[in-house]
Design a protein around this ligand. Sequence first.
Ligand code: NAP
Length: 264
Amino acid sequence: MTDGNREVTLVTGASMGIGRALADAFAGQGHHLLLVARSGRMLEDLALEIGRMHGVRVFCFAADLAEPGSPQRIAEYCRKRGLHVTLLVNCAGISRASDFSELPSAALECVMAVNMSAAARLIRQFLPGMIAARKGGIINLASLGGAQGVPGLALYSATKSFVITLSEALHMELKGTGVRVVAVCPGFIETGFMEKAGHDARRVRLPINPVDVVVKAAMRGYRQNRMLVYPTLLDFLLVFSQRFTPRFVSAGLSGFLAAARNNR
Ligand SMILES: NC(=O)c1ccc[n+]([C@@H]2O[C@H](COP(=O)([O-])OP(=O)(O)OC[C@H]3O[C@@H](n4cnc5c(N)ncnc54)[C@H](OP(=O)(O)O)[C@@H]3O)[C@@H](O)[C@H]2O)c1
């Protein structure tokens, strides 16, 4: 059964947190949505709520993005339903606070699969269609943690560096095609993310900002086709100051500010 030729904004990690808020914000601008996360029931409830509130069509696809075949299954679902993804928001992400030597191997695989492989595979699935249509875009949720290695979050920060550099390169490759690519680099945001990662928010030495700070910054950054978006002035200053600082100082400072070690 197809749903005609409908343009949708695909949001991964849409069941809660930043993804949920971004889905709501884009629906408020009239975007039809395709929501992806593992929690199918939460997605369906959210789809009803957003559809009713904003008068847009909302589709759901429950998928575990740690599974390598998920991006292709999502693309096949779109083809069957006649959905054209004109905006891809790669928001699903996970972390685990731990010294790297103690990181369980299952967590290692899962963090890399969701934060890097799934995001890259989804881009590869949907980018050619955007280029052919000469419009559309990709918003990748990176992190301030990706601007340098973060002790206690070594793997997470490395995956977010991947997201940043992939986004930068794509932003430049796609100049003149009508397709935008934006990487959003927030500091700490008030969601359930840190708790799930075993990262004690009370120890963090940086402000923990509400979700709307990153949503507004992402929407503005996408509108203005910015390559990198830092939601707050402090986020920007922390990254800007790295131009005058040896890398080992930046890495040490980020470890001190994030305070992700010794959470056992
Ligand atoms: N919160 C922060 O402090 C912060 C700071 C900087 C960057 N970020 C980034 O912002 C993004 C969103 O974070 P958030 O704070 O909104 O986190 P969150 O509230 O924990 O939400 C994470 C989302 O990702 C989905 N997800 C997790 N694992 C998945 C999997 N295997 N397959 C499919 N979906 C999966 C979750 O849905 P299900 O559990 O239903 O699958 C959920 O919808 C992440 O990429 C994160 O790295 C967050």
